[in-house]
Ligand binder design. Structure first.
Ligand code: NAD
Ligand code: GLY
Length: 366
């Protein structure tokens, strides 16, 4: 019987839920205790299904387990594909006491969670994340939704799962580019509130990119602990939770500009954190030595350091204008007060923002 290495709780009163973390949990962990009715609908995609669907089914002995297999890709995180989940549920006459199960990365997780929030005005759901990014970030905290052609994650709901089951063994089949994308969100936690974790990441990045099990388990646990703590304090993002968006305002602009699926979310966040760090220097918050530390870490993770070559400062400004953090038309950005402390501000100097965008857009240095 595989070991349950860690259990964390996301403390949200009567909506609290556990995060179960371990190697080999998928298929061996009985999740029926989190299922109220007799039916389960597993939502996954055509990449993950051949790898893990059978093991996921085994988590629900005695239940009727139906499946919806979606096409794979960020470009399918849209209304049409979401509707396929509702089609599947209605075709199989799933009622209000069904439980949806998201098996896959953040795309499947966000869409399944949103489907659960909407179907018959809300049914329970379970997260089984299988990418590093979804294990350290998107499966925890209840942000669900889909993209709009004009902006990332623009349509959605806060809706918490019943349980998150993280089997770190599933990461062994993940392509290296996806591992790097997940590491961007791991680095984010160190930068915004965990200086000791940042030191550990600098010392451990080689082990993480090589997916050494002990290092991965540690990174997943510490990231989930950080996220669970932030979500418990500020579920609806009225303050603290917005710091989890370090690099995301620039990053979402990159993702939308490039076309969904061209730049991975984590890649865009990695580059976005470099831009945020550069602006933090210009705002007098951190110094160039700190900035270089951020760049070195992003580079060591194997992430891109600059936006797409054809992207202009005007593109950034146009796309950042629809960021969800903005209030009354004012751009709000997450910046670094120090390495290990983030702040959300709408008073960054526009001239400094121009300097950052000019420094990163256009011609590459020779
Ligand atoms: P993804 O879901 O597209 O998964 C990446 C790729 O890996 C896909 O091709 C997928 O099929 C494949 N895959 C998944 N598990 C695999 C495995 N074990 N082995 C091999 N291949 C596997 O991308 P992602 O990085 O997991 O998630 C990105 C999405 O998450 C974005 O849409 C982003 O907006 C969202 N997100 C949401 C939150 C949140 O709080 N809800 C936070 C961060 C990101
Ligand atoms: N990924 C940012 C959040 O969950 O708030």
């Amino acid at each position: 019987m595989p070991e349950l290495h860690h259990q964390l709780i996301v403390e949200l009163g009567d909506r609290s839920y556990p995060i179960l973390i371990g190697a080999g949990l998928l298929g061996s962990q009985d999740l029926t205790g989190y299922v109220a009715g007799s039916k389960v609908m597993i939502v996954t995609n055509n990449t993950v299904a051949p790898l893990y669907l059978e093991r996921a089914r085994a988590c629900f002995p005695g239940k009727q387990v139906d499946t919806v297999v979606l096409p794979d890709g960020e470009q399918y995180k849209d209304w049409q594909t979401l509707n396929r989940i509702f089609d599947g549920l209605l075709e199989r006459t799933h009622t209000r006491n069904t439980t949806l199960v998201a098996l896959g990365g953040g795309v499947v997780g966000d869409m399944t969670g949103f489907a659960a929030a909407c179907y018959q005005r809300g049914v329970p759901f379970i997260q089984i994340p299988t990418t590093l990014l979804s294990q350290v970030d998107s499966s925890v905290g209840g942000k669900t939704g889909i993209n709009h052609p004009l902006g990332k994650n623009m349509i959605g709901a806060f809706y918490q799962p019943q349980v998150v089951l993280i089997d770190t063994d599933t990461l062994t089949t993940l392509p290296p580019r996806e591992v790097a994308a997940g590491l961007a969100e791991v680095i984010k936690y160190g930068l915004i509130r965990e200086p000791a974790f940042l030191d550990w990441l600098e010392a451990s990045m080689d082990r993480l990119t090589a997916l050494e099990p002990a290092a991965v388990a540690e990174a997943v646990y510490r990231s989930c602990a950080c996220k669970a703590d932030v979500v418990a304090q500020d579920e609806r993002e009225s303050g603290l939770r917005a710091t989890l968006n370090l690099g995301h305002t620039f990053g979402h602009a990159i993702e939308t500009f490039a076309g969904y699926g061209q730049w991975l979310h984590g890649e865009a966040v990695g580059t976005g954190m470099i831009l945020a760090a550069d602006l933090s220097v210009r705002e007098g918050m951190i110094d160039r030595t700190d900035y270089e530390r951020v760049v070195r870490l992003i580079r060591a993770a194997g992430l891109p350091e600059r936006p797409p070559e054809t992207m202009t400062p005007a593109d950034f400004r146009r796309l950042m204008a629809v960021d969800k953090k903005n209030v009354d038309g004012r751009l709000r950005l997450v910046l670094l007060r120090s390495l290990g402390e983030a702040t959300v501000t709408d008073t960054a100097s526009d001239a400094h923002l121009t300097s950052t965008l000019d420094a990163f857009c256009g011609q590459r240095p020779a």
